[in-house]
Design a protein around this ligand. Structure first.
Ligand SMILES: CC(C)(COP(=O)(O)OP(=O)(O)OC[C@H]1O[C@@H](n2cnc3c(N)ncnc32)[C@H](O)[C@@H]1OP(=O)(O)O)[C@@H](O)C(=O)NCCC(=O)NCCS
Length: 343
């Protein structure tokens, strides 16, 4: 008996980003409001982080709602019917209901048929991780079009009394459609992790620990604190500046592109000083426009790159068809960088 052979799966030769969209919550929190929570100054926050204001989501602006809004724009720009989307990937660390994945609700609300839908947790590298997965899926033949969403409600995990983080985080959603292309539109995704630094950005305590304390309160009276994000600011800062510039350079080299050929540099909006240090390390020419969305948006983790990309395209700072270097990095520690053609 001859053995049956499995039919090979073939995908598109190349992939690219076909559309991008963002959602910014209505409520603006200026630095002046942050100063009612912590002992600081507008000048300190602006000079140390580059942030002037951030957006915080209201009760109706849920992770799903913000995602649907952002994805709707990305789908419209890509010009495809939602039922052609073959996978929905949602990168988030702030969807507080662990099961089911929020991706299935989002896929259903968008009309993505029976597309596989799942969440990934890769913090501020979440969009880059999603892009890497989507690129592989389109070229590997497991989906024609993939929707990647980065979405956060970091306000839910912000300790408003913590001077070192209260001013940093914001909420929002960014989305992109990745699909087939005649020419390469996504360079090699250079991604990785370093678990030896897992504690430098993390949630203060696991949910089970918090609930165990609640039990103690009912009985013995230990204070319960809602888990929040904490970070060792200077350690993160040094790592981001030194290590991430190397990763960004690797992404350029892998794509065969030099810094002067870029039409945009869109780093994760973590801190303006990190961005400026990376520009120096990469010897980026002054003519390359740089995303500085953090000033009005704060650090929105997985949402920050697609939000910044959308803003640069809408404002005319960057143009469709230009090459952009993107790099995300954060809790894990994790990182992902790539050169992409802008939609
Ligand atoms: C968070 C961050 C802005 C803090 O800046 P820093 O220079 O490292 O601040 P430090 O914690 O060393 O404190 C320096 C001084 O500022 C003070 N300070 C700290 N927070 C302050 C605040 N919110 N307002 C005013 N002063 C503050 C400290 O008390 C300290 O004062 P001292 O010198 O008199 O002791 C900076 O570490 C940073 O940007 N890190 C990277 C964070 C990041 O990007 N995270 C996202 C990664 S995804």
């Amino acid at each position: 008996m001859s053995r049956a052979r499995i039919r090979p799966v073939t995908g598109a030769q190349y992939s690219r980003i076909l559309g991008v969209g963002g959602y910014r919550p209505v409520r603006v929190i200026p630095n002046s409001e942050v100063l009612t929570w912590i002992d600081s100054s507008d000048e300190w926050i602006r000079t140390r982080s580059g942030i002037a204001e951030r957006r915080w989501a209201g009760p109706e602006e849920t992770v799903a709602e913000m995602s649907v809004q952002a994805a709707g724009k990305a789908i419209a720009q890509a010009g495809i019917d939602p039922d052609r989307i073959g996978a929905v990937i949602v990168a988030t660390v702030s969807h507080l209901k662990q099961t089911p994945a929020i991706a299935t609700e989002i896929a259903e609300r968008l009309g993505c048929g029976t597309a596989p839908a799942f969440d990934i947790s890769a913090a501020c590298a979440g969009f880059g991780y999603g892009l890497g997965l989507a690129d592989g899926m389109v070229r590997g033949g497991s989906a024609d079009y993939v929707l990647v969403i980065g979405v956060e409600r970091l306000s839910d995990l912000t300790d408003q009394s913590d001077r070192s983080t209260a001013f940093i985080f914001g909420d929002g959603a960014g989305a992109a459609i990745i699909g087939p292309s005649d020419t390469p539109g996504i360079g090699k995704v250079v991604w990785g992790s370093d678990g030896s630094h897992k504690d430098v950005i993390s949630q203060t305590q696991a949910w089970d620990t918090a609930f165990a304390k609640e039990d103690a309160v009912n009985g013995a009276g230990e204070e319960v604190k809602w888990p929040a994000l904490r970070m060792e600011g200077q350690t993160v800062f040094r790592w981001a500046v030194w290590e991430m510039a190397k990763v960004a350079q690797q992404a350029l080299d892998a794509a065969g592109v030099t810094a002067d050929q870029l039409g945009a540099f869109i780093p994760h909006q973590a801190n303006m000083r990190i961005t400026d240090a990376m520009i120096k390390a990469l010897k980026l020419p002054e003519s390359v426009p740089v995303a500085r969305d953090i000033t009005e948006t704060g650090n929105t983790s997985a949402a920050s790159i697609p939000l910044a990309m959308e803003r640069m395209l809408e404002s005319g700072e960057a143009r469709s068809g230009d090459l952009a270097l993107i790099i995300g990095f954060g809790a894990g520690l994790v990182y992902a960088a790539a050169v992409v053609t802008l939609p």
